[in-house]
Every structure is written in C-alpha cells, then in structure tokens.
Design a protein around this ligand. Structure first.
Ligand code: XIL
Length: 444
C-alpha cells in the first residue's frame, strides 16, 4: 500500500466521511474495445452508416471504442455505381474520411455480391457482365487504393443447406464457377496492398457450406489464385447460435494459409446469455493466431439491421450492455466488470472490528470475482437510531432516511481478479446493538 494510503487509513477515523470524498483518488481508467483488442494484436471494428456520423453520441461512441470501420451499405454496388459507369463515392468517402481522421482502419465491403445490385447489372450478357464486374472492382479499388486494409471481394456466393453448391446469381449463372477467381485476380491488380477476402454467413461452424468454401480456398492457394483472408459474418440468434466448433472451423481455414476475420458479428438476445455468447466468439478469435480482428455489425441496437433482436454491444442510449463487458473482459481489458461465465463481479462481506460502550467500528471487505474490477459499489444498512460518524477508504452517500449508505471506492477501486480491499466506518450506537447489513456488490 502506498504511504499516503496508509496515512489516510490510519487517520481517517478522525475525519468526517464528506471530507474524504474530496480527497478521493480516481480509479484507474477503463480500457476500450479498441485498446484492449490492440493489446492482443487485433483490431476491433464496427459497421457504420454515414447518415449517423452527425449524431454526437453515435460519433463519440464510435470514436472512443473502435479501431476499424466497415461501411454498412455505402460501398455496395447499388450505392457506388447505380448507373453503368456512373460512380458516386460521397457517402463512402465520408466514412473513410471520418475513419482516417480518427486513426481507424477501413474494411471494404463489398465488390461482387448478388444482393444490393443495381437493376442494370442482371440483364447484361456474359461478355458485358464480365467487363462490368471487372470495371466495378477496378474503379472502387483504385478510388480507395492504399486506404483499405481488407476488401470483401466476393460476398455470399454459396448456397445454404447440404448441397455445398454455388448460389444462383447473375455472375454465377452467366460466368460460371470461374467468376470468383476472376474477381480476385482483378482485385489484386487494382490494389496490391489490400488483403483480399471471401466473406459469407452460415460458414461459422463446420458444415456443408463451409466445407465448400474451404475446398475453394484450398484450391485457390494450391493454384496461386490471390486470396488473403476469409470473413465469417457471424450473425447469430437462437435459431443459429454460436457453433460449438467455431474456433476449430476458424483454425482449419487459418491452416490453409489465410487470415480469418469476424466481419459482421451480432448476436440476438440480452443479458447474461448474450454476453456469454459474445465472450465465446472473442475467445475463439483470440485462440486462433491468424484471426486478425473482429467487426460488430453496428454501434447501437437502435440502428441494427436486426434492431428488434437487440444484437449489439450498446443499447439504444449508447449504454454499455453486459455483452460489452463480456467482450472487453475476454479481450483482457479492465473495466469490464462481471464475467458472465463465472458469476458475480465482486462480493462484499461485513465484520465488526473494535467495540466500546457507545459505538463500534465496522469493516467491509470487497473482493473481485474472476475478472478484474475498475470500480465497485455496495450498500451498508444501519438500524436507527444508530448513526455513522466516520468512513475511511471509501466515499459514502446516504439515502433520505439516513440509514442506508451507498459506498464507492476512494483510491481503491481497481482490483485484480480475486483481489480484496476493505473500508471501515464508525457507528454511534445510540442505544441500539443491531449489526449492519451489507448489500450486493456491483462492479464496473
Ligand atoms: C445489411 C445492412 O446491414 C442493411 O442495412 C441492408 O439493408 C442490407 O444489408 N450480410 C452482409 C451485409 O454481407 O452487407 C448485410 O448488411 C447483412 C448480411
């Protein structure tokens, strides 16, 4: 313990509790998702919409927490080339500029996809379609050359279900299986610095669809077709939960010699169940050395594409949800509070120290759970007409009855996993021999 803390502890019994409030040290600053992920050598990103950047809470949360952004819709074909050869980059540029001025990386999403495709594309004949596809890739990648850390070159080209077949699309139907290889070769030529990813959903565990993608990536690597990464969208809900073999599946792709990225993570639900699933996804990524980063599919539940499922880390008021704490804790960050997998974040227990005729000193020991704690709060309830006359190693506020005090740390908020601190208080009995009760300990 620091000398000033010892002095404070020794003399505090003489000082009124209110005086201690002013002298309180600040608990250690909490990590952010981005800083904690950086400590693990990973980025932590989010999808963003240009239209929300002007909302101050949205921008503040984005800028504080995230180190990578993916335009949620602004780089898609319908947004960037709504008419043939008519390119518009205004909204996408807004996101890229915002990211660059805040030191964030940008994921490019997405060049070739059957969805959000403008109506002029599908009627084209094979030759024209091939030209249009390669031109679209080249124009976008050239506009953002050197500014995109990873591009989703092809998105969602395989069918769901047990067939492992390609999905029908204008590209598949007119150009055949070779369209993916051609798109990747064109992309490599346009911006050799960008990592080139294949991105899909329902490929998060080992199944027929992921097996088909795996076979394609293996073939590409064997033949020297340029591919650097595979994106796992990771949209989860009760019908499609985080698979038990998620980590094993990421690992088998990594073993092919590509990076893997969690690209569109969202998990419908709430509370502890949602938090546990989020924590498991982060732990799986961290366990795979080639899993280079995670992106959640939005900042706040209120703007999620699945907003009724409240699938994100911040609620509609930008408050951190239990899922946020689970992600931060899994990333090794401090300030994440409770570890949903292991129960309470902290416990508080009472004992009586010195006693005399007319009073006694109470002591409360606060112990962190299995995760580090940045700050803690508990309550102590007395029986009238007892009165607290002093508090030390904590700051206290009373409810209107004067019997319930809410106690927060002074200098001693930050606790390593399993570590303890204590605070004390002096009580004037005023004729009552009742013993105080201590409430639940909550951590942040
Ligand atoms: C979604 C966006 O979130 C929505 O705003 C839009 O209306 C439809 O597309 N897979 C993808 C993403 O690769 O581009 C999709 O994004 C979600 C599923």
């Amino acid at each position: 313990m620091h000398l000033t803390h010892l002095l404070r502890a020794a003399t505090a019994g003489l000082i009124a509790a209110t005086a201690l409030t002013a002298a309180a040290h600040t608990a250690e600053a909490a990590d952010t998702l981005g800083s904690a992920a950086a400590g693990q050598g990973r980025y932590f990103g989010t999808a963003v919409a240009a239209s929300h950047l002007g909302e101050s809470d949205y921008a503040a949360t984005l800028d504080r927490e995230f180190t990578s952004v993916t335009p949620e819709n602004e780089m898609k074909w319908d947004a960037t080339e709504p008419t043939r050869g008519g390119f518009t980059f205004t909204a996408a540029d807004q996101i890229v500029n915002h990211a660059q001025s805040h030191g964030m990386d940008v994921r490019g999403h997405t060049l070739v996809w059957h969805s959000q495709l403008p109506s002029w594309v599908s009627p084209l004949g094979a030759t024209d379609l091939r030209t249009a596809m390669n031109s679209h890739i080249t124009q976008l990648m050239t506009h953002y050359k050197g500014e995109i850390h990873s591009w989703d070159v092809v998105n969602e080209a395989f069918q769901d279900g047990s067939s492992g077949a390609r999905r029908s699309s204008p590209f598949q139907d007119k150009l055949g299986d070779g369209f993916i290889e051609e798109a990747f070769r064109t992309a490599r030529a346009a911006d050799p610095a960008a990592k080139l990813c294949y991105n899909d959903y329902n490929t998060d565990g080992v199944n027929a669809k992921s097996n088909a993608v795996y076979a394609m990536v293996k073939d590409f690597k064997a033949r020297g077709v340029p591919i650097d990464c595979v994106g796992f969208q990771s949209h989860f809900n009760s019908a499609s939960p985080v698979p038990a073999d998620y980590q094993a599946n990421l690992q088998r792709f990594a073993d092919l010699g590509v990076d893997v990225q969690i690209t569109e993570l969202d998990i419908e639900g709430s509370g502890t169940a949602q938090a546990t699933s989020y924590g498991n996804v982060v732990k799986a990524c961290l366990a795979v050395s080639r899993c280079t980063g995670l992106t959640v599919w939005g900042v706040t539940d209120k703007y999620s594409w699945r907003s009724s499922g409240t699938p994100l880390l911040f609620d509609g008021s930008y408050a951190k949800k239990p899922a946020y704490n689970a992600v931060l804790t899994a990333l090794g960050g401090t300030g994440g509070g409770t570890d949903p997998g292991t129960g309470a974040a902290c416990t508080a227990t009472y004992s009586t120290d010195a006693q005399w005729n007319d009073g006694y000193n109470g002591k409360v020991t606060v112990t962190a759970g299995t995760a580090p704690v940045g700050a803690w709060t508990t309550t102590v309830t007395l029986t009238a007409p007892q009165k607290v006359t002093a508090v030390w190693n904590a700051t206290a506020t009373w409810d209107s009855s004067g019997n319930v005090m809410t106690v927060k740390p002074s200098w001693n908020g930050s606790l390593a996993a399993g570590a303890s601190t204590s605070f004390g208080f002096t009580v004037a009995k005023n004729g009552s021999v009742a013993v105080p009760t201590v409430g639940t300990c909550t951590a942040s």
